[in-house]
Design a protein around this ligand. Structure first.
Ligand code: AVJ
Length: 318
């Protein structure tokens, strides 16, 4: 339809959903990886979470990107190929495009239809920007399509998505990003900071109940897509800060003893038993700079946002 946009489907295997559900519900404690939140409705609910007053990361990070765009461009230069794992609605990159003037933009996301829509909207606002929309599960691989022009690269990973990884897998992921950066590559990454647990608690228990709906949507999704016999209303949302691990944990807690059935498997839940759906790790600058260094990334600069609620880091590949 539009030469400005090329679409590349690496077919993220949602076929694996059933396997992942069976495997996750067979574990003790039970867990399902957070990437399965993002069906179309989950992606839309996440966008709504980002509008909640308690969920400070988007607001603080966007203010930082808007304010620092010129300074960041001074450090990265212009004319890079920007790739963004988990680009979602591709809203944040808009704040950087006028200053960073990239050669091309490669948004990557597991939610193909959502990505296609995001690419179209972005193309309307930035008609001169070549967009290589790449549908992929970025936790597995970061393929840059062959149509992407050569040029120094900049990975953009905002929103503290890195917080979903354990520190050990965050390091592996950053090493994979480092591999994709090539010579003179840079990484601009937004990471949530450690802070007063009350602020964290409110951010994951918003008054409007959007985070709860987002968490519970996982059950609706797996019921629709795997046919598992399960009543989402028999579970409730729970999110809390775990200070030992330095992370927010999200769970779906069984309101009663119940059995979920799928393809001859039976999964027993006792009353109060939880299904662990997400971790969101928080880092002090010292911790994060150390972690990135272990993946071959050298700090260029970092900035703390309002009340040190959020941090942006710019790294160079070594
Ligand atoms: C996608 C990992 C950045 O942990 O803050 C928001 C997802 N989950 N509210 C986060 C999320 C519940 C989010 N990240």
């Amino acid at each position: 339809m539009d030469q400005q946009i090329t679409f590349h489907d690496y077919k993220p295997k949602t076929l694996n959903l059933q396997d992942a559900v069976i495997e996750g519900l067979s574990r003790t404690p039970k867990s399902i990886p957070p990437k399965f939140f993002y069906d179309e409705r989950g992606s839309a609910l996440f966008a709504t979470i980002c509008e909640q007053p308690e969920y400070y990361p988007p607001e603080v990070e966007q203010a930082m990107l808007a304010e620092l765009a010129g300074e960041i461009a001074g450090l990265t230069g212009t004319g890079r190929v920007i790739f963004e794992p988990g680009a979602g609605s591709a809203a944040k990159i808009r704040l950087l495009l006028p200053e960073l003037k990239p050669l091309a933009y490669v948004p990557m996301d597991i939610s193909c239809a959502f990505l296609r829509e995001a690419a179209r909207n972005l193309a309307e606002a930035f008609p001169a920007l070549p967009i290589h929309a790449t549908c992929v599960d970025f936790t597995h691989s970061l393929p840059l399509p062959e149509t992407v022009p050569p040029g120094p690269r900049l990975a953009f990973f905002p929103g503290s998505s890195i917080g979903n990884f354990t520190p050990a897998s965050a390091r592996d992921f950053l090493a994979m990003v480092h591999d994709r950066l090539g010579p003179d590559g840079m990484l601009l990454i937004g990471v949530d900071t450690k802070k007063d647990p009350h602020i964290l608690h409110a951010a994951y228990n918003d008054a409007a109940g959007v985070t709860a709906a987002f968490n519970l949507n996982l059950l609706h999704r797996i019921r629709n897509e795997t046919g598992i016999e399960c009543r989402p209303e028999n579970f409730e949302h729970r999110a809390f800060y775990n200070p030992e691990q330095g992370r927010i944990e999200m769970h779906l807690v069984s309101r009663r003893a119940q059995t979920l059935r799928l393809n001859g498997h039976r999964f027993e839940f006792s009353e109060g038993e939880s299904l662990h759906t997400e971790n969101s790790y928080k880092y002090t600058p010292q911790e994060f700079i150390h972690l990135a260094a272990s993946a071959g990334l050298e700090l260029q600069n970092y900035w703390l946002g309002r009340e040190e609620l959020f941090a942006l880091y710019l790294f160079r590949s070594r």
